[in-house]
Design a binder for this molecule. Structure first.
Ligand code: UD1
Ligand code: CA
Length: 455
């Protein structure tokens, strides 16, 4: 079997990003550019993946931190040919070397696979047809259509500049030839760099055929050089993701107004309204409906649950048949059982809530264990923090809590208890009983409301 090495060039400075962050650590769809390329590379089952990183690229190395990735530092950056030469000690044993760019994140494994299958003794270049090819290396072919060379934009004649077929930079080469080809590169060109593309002429001289595959979708091979490019690629990525959701049977009110920065798994007949953002790993059960302007991060939502508009849910598990929002905030560690209702301006954090329980308005439930069939009135809060430590509140099954109740944790409300409106619960509220704070209501007849002094 043929063995493959993938070399990912990522030493470039990325000056045009105007960023303190190395270019390949910027993100598309929530994942760094370099991680996307590495994930795609892995799908080709290479023997080696080698990342060529540059100046101040220690952060790149740290960010990747994958045991199956080798790193080579290239400083100074003397061109793509020099970058690949640096990687040679890592890839010497393989048959074919595939060169990818760390800043070309959307290329698909399906596009790359044919480039590295078949003959070893050939150079395979991935090209694309662009309406505006300016800035790219152009593919120069002879009369019979065979590739002669790639000429960089800066070195091209006006006639060559009109060629619309460009070098994406992605190419596969026979590894055993690289030392000789790269060793003979020169810097006599407009940029004074070692051009990897010049290796094509060497291949020709050695009788190794140079072939090309043309990317069907040029968007797939676009690189990121500026924030503008990054924003465009983000839209391309999101549009592609939305299309895939539609094909899998998800209803999107507007495929141009959804953002998935991670992975979104959907059961049958899920409906998602506009402007929702999904972060990390989100799974939605069958018949789930998500209202407009919701943000869900690392959440599993059970079947038939309805998430109303403007709801935020993070690091939580939501059961089936729940009704959440509008304007609900579910913070990390919430575990909602089946048929739980969390209404407007209710915040839940690190709490389990049992079946059929409801907190419909203006409440805070933090560090609590709430049983089944519990009703929590408007304005009720768990006072879980004493200024130094967090404490737990336990509310057992079938409890009825009136409006504006403070539960001063640690505290337990026993099964079937009722807590009257406006009660501050400092100690255990016994099961089955009514707990209230005694207050009196007085009325002062003849009392006059103050009036503004006349000046
Ligand atoms: C390169 C190609 C050009 C192609 C274009 C596609 C060469 C000589 N030119 O041009 O034909 O159309 O990409 O985008 O290959 N890099 C290093 N070390 C270096 C220089 C670059 O690691 O010394 C890396 C960069 O980080 C980047 C990639 O190689 O990932 C391409 O570098 P870039 O400077 O963008 O190449 P271009 O001049 O655009
Ligand atoms: Ca480039």
């Amino acid at each position: 079997m043929m063995s493959l090495s993938v070399v990912i060039l990522a030493a470039g400075q990325g000056k045009r990003m105007v960023s303190r962050l190395p270019k390949v650590l910027h993100r598309v769809g929530g994942t760094t550019l370099i991680d996307r390329v590495i994930t795609t590379a892995r799908r080709l089952k290479p023997a080696t993946i080698c990342v060529v990183y540059g100046h101040g690229g220690e952060r790149v190395r740290q960010s990747i931190g994958a045991p199956d990735v080798e790193f080579v530092r290239q400083a100074p950056q003397l061109g793509t040919g020099d970058a690949l030469r640096r990687a040679l000690p890592m890839i010497g044993e393989s048959d074919v070397t595939l060169v990818l760019y760390g800043d070309v994140p959307l290329v698909r494994a399906e596009t790359l696979a044919p480039m590295v299958a078949g003959k070893i003794e050939r150079v395979m270049v991935l090209t694309a047809m662009l309406d505006d090819p300016s800035g790219y290396g152009r593919v120069v072919r002879d009369r019979r259509g065979r590739i002669k060379r790639i000429i960089e934009d800066a070195d091209a004649t006006p006639v060559q500049r009109r060629i619309r077929e460009i070098n994406t930079g992605i190419m596969a080469l026979p590894t055993k030839r690289l030392a000789s080809w790269l060793g003979r590169l020169e810097t006599r060109n407009a940029q004074g760099e070692y051009y990897l593309t010049d290796a094509l002429a060497q291949a020709g001289a050695d009788g190794v055929p140079v072939e090309a595959d043309t990317a069907a979708d040029p968007a797939e091979v676009l690189g990121v050089n500026s924030r503008d490019h990054l924003a465009q690629l983000e839209r391309t990525y999101q549009r592609r993701y939305a299309q895939n959701l539609l094909e899998r049977g998800v209803s999107l009110a507007d495929p141009a107004r959804i953002d998935v920065r991670g992975e979104l798994e959907c059961g049958d007949d899920v409906a998602i309204d506009i402007n929702c953002v999904f972060l990390g790993a989100v799974s939605l059960g069958a018949d789930v409906s998500i209202g407009p302007n919701c943000v869900l991060k690392n959440v599993a939502v059970g079947d038939r649950t309805v998430v109303e508009p403007y709801t935020l849910i993070e690091d939580s598990v939501i059961g089936a048949d729940c009704r959440i929002g509008p304007y609900a905030r579910i913070r990390p560690g919430a575990r909602l059982a089946r048929d739980v209702h969390i209404g407007n301006f209710v915040e839940v954090k690190n709490s389990a809530i049992g079946e059929h329980s409801k907190a419909n308005h203006l409440a805070y439930i933090g560090d609590a264990a709430v049983g089944a069939r519990v009703n929590i009135g408007a304005g009720t809060i768990t006072c879980n923090y004493d200024g130094a430590n967090k404490h737990r509140t336990v509310i057992e099954d079938d409890v009825q809590i009136g409006s504006d109740v403070q539960l001063v944790a640690p505290v337990t409300v026993g099964k079937g208890a009722t807590v009257g409106a406006g009660t501050t619960v400092w100690k255990r509220a016994p099961a089955g009983a009514l707990t209230i704070n005694e207050k009196t209501q007085v009325t002062r007849p003849g009392w006059k409301r103050p009036t503004k002094k006349q000046r």
